[in-house]
Design a protein around this ligand. Structure first.
Ligand code: ZN
Length: 138
């Protein structure tokens, strides 16, 4: 069995953003040479997510509005976690949007369902953060 590991780095200039990282994951798969197996993609920070959904800007706007209703950033003082930091909402947004995804690899390609794409969800940006891509198979 072959295995491949790579870290993807991000430095999002805003506090929150959704980035389609499917092309980077496909590039990792090409580099790995693996044709049949599994790819795991996970955020390596507890205030960022990796998730799969549609690459549609209206939906991403709706996520932003929905997440702000669930865990508003302000007032920062409303969270017990925010002693010396201000990112309690980002921890909660990450919890809702998830840590990782696993995608099947079939005939050298990501075996997606209809309209599925992989996203990095940033909830506490403006610093360097990373995503792990691990691919195993033959
Ligand atoms: Zn924190």
């Amino acid at each position: 069995m072959k295995s491949f590991r790579k870290e993807l780095w991000f430095n999002v200039p805003t506090r929150r953003a959704f980035i389609n990282i499917t092309p980077q994951v496909e590039e990792c798969l090409r580099e790995s040479g693996i044709r049949e197996g599994l790819v795991l993609v996970n955020a390596m920070h507890i205030t960022a997510s990796v998730f799969i959904n549609d690459d549609e800007s209206g939906l991403h706007h709706d996520y932003e509005v929905w997440l702000e209703k669930l865990a508003p950033h302000e007032p920062v003082s409303g969270y017990r976690h925010n002693v010396g930091e201000d990112n309690a909402d980002a921890h909660m947004k990450r919890q809702v949007m998830g840590r990782e995804v696993i995608v099947a690899v079939t005939e050298g390609r990501l075996d997606f369902g209809t309209w599925e794409r992989i996203f990095y969800g940033e909830f506490d940006g403006r610093r360097r953060k990373r995503v792990l891509v691990k691919i195993i198979g033959e």
